[in-house]
Ligand binder design. Structure first.
Ligand SMILES: Cc1ncc(C[n+]2csc(CCOP(=O)(O)OP(=O)(O)O)c2C)c(N)n1
Ligand SMILES: [Mg+2]
Length: 356
């Protein structure tokens, strides 16, 4: 495999996993069998977290939830290319990425329950807070990466954001700043082709999102977002560039959102349901499991054991999250102002009265 970023033409996506028929399987240099199985474990962990969360939402046990079904390969493949001290800046779509660093499931479930037990200290995991405003974390990630560089560290940062985020001023400011300062940053765009109900065609006039990299003077690559190995390899190259002092890279991982934007969304009003069904048939975990089976690396019992372990982890996670004592309602108000206006006091009194 090439050790510099390969720039492919529009429409061309980097792939490693074949289709079991005409398209042959590739391999990624440097990944052992143990690595391949760990990638599988992580994919199953995220898939299980996501599927259980939708159920917990329907049961009224967590609040509105941003589904990431089908996005797991982008998250697992990219984060696997990082070292533990590298910093991750997730959006709501990557809410559970901390699991891959051992963060307890209860912490993330608590976040979705709106409970302060879900407010982790970013420095404990080198995972920043989940960013809900679109793209505002991109300048934060750029600043952190630049700061690490100024201190002579080899640490880099990765910022995850969607296709819609590339239209935001904060994306431009962060990308431009990182490029000018040669900050060790990986700009990872999950191009799922939808920003809630806005399709990619209404989002940009650019042929590809990776093309935007040209304007910043950095490399931009396009990769199949459903291919965990291709995502890993592309991110590893971007990380190597970052550590070598060559600055940021933009990775456009292309997929198609095959679940609702969030539990509050009904995409049947705007999405092509046939396309969704096609994508669901070709989803990233199934593709990777088929790849491992072709290599003879995934006996049924082993796959079952990985699923059982993840299911158990989630069961324990929701139990622990629900065992948290009720949060103090004053917290809703207490970090908003240095000098709180008098009206907040009466609002708090009213809230306490309602809560009984
Ligand atoms: C600054 C800002 N504007 C608007 C919103 C409302 N909003 C929430 S999700 C979303 C779409 C984002 O789409 P994309 O960047 O493609 O990410 P995806 O949800 O597809 O992962 C919007 C506009 C927001 N959260 N923040
Ligand atoms: Mg999107």
């Amino acid at each position: 495999m090439a050790d510099t970023l390969r720039v492919l033409g529009p429409g061309e996506l980097r792939r490693v996993i074949g289709d079991g028929e005409g398209v042959p399987d590739g391999e990624v240099e440097g990944l052992s069998e143990q690595d391949l199985l760990e990638l599988h474990r992580q994919l199953v962990l995220l898939r299980t977290y996501d599927e259980r969360s939708v159920v917990y939402h329907r049961q009224g046990r967590i609040g509105t939830y941003a589904i990431f079904w089908g996005h797991e390969a982008m998250q697992v493949g990219s984060s696997y290319a990082l070292e533990r001290e590298d910093w991750i800046f997730p959006s709501y779509r990557e809410s559970a990425i901390g699991l891959l660093r051992g963060m307890p499931a209860s912490t993330i479930l608590s976040w979705w329950r709106g409970h302060p037990a879900g407010w982790w200290n970013p420095a404990d995991w080198n995972v920043a807070s989940i960013c809900v405003p679109i793209a505002t974390h991109v300048p934060h990630a750029a600043g952190l990466a630049w700061g690490k560089k100024l201190r002579g560290k080899s640490t880099c940062a990765i910022a995850y954001f969607g296709d819609g985020a590339t239209s935001e001023g904060a994306f431009h400011e962060g990308a431009n700043f990182a490029a000018v300062m040669r900050a060790p940053l990986v700009l990872f765009c999950n191009n799922n082709q939808w920003a809630i109900s806005t399709p990619l065609t209404a989002q940009t006039a650019a042929e590809t999102l990776a093309d935007k990299a040209v304007g910043y003077g950095i490399p931009g690559v396009r990769v199949d977002g459903g291919d965990v190995l291709a995502v890993y390899e592309a991110t590893r190259e971007a990380v190597e560039r970052a550590r070598a002092g060559e600055g940021p890279s933009l990775i456009e991982a292309v997929t198609y959102r095959s679940a609702p934007h969030a539990t509050a969304d009904d995409p049947s009003a705007y999405i092509d349901l046939e396309r969704v069904e096609e994508e669901r048939q070709n989803e990233c975990l199934g593709r990777y499991e088929a790849y491992l089976r072709r290599l003879g690396l995934l006996p049924d019992e082993a796959a079952e054991a990985v699923r059982a372990e993840a299911t158990q982890l989630l069961r324990e996670g929701i139990t622990a999250a629900e065992a948290e004592p009720p949060a103090d309602p004053a917290l809703v108000f207490s970090h908003a102002y240095v000098d709180p206006p008098a009206s907040l006091e009466s609002d708090l009194a009213e809230l306490k009265r309602i809560l009984g």
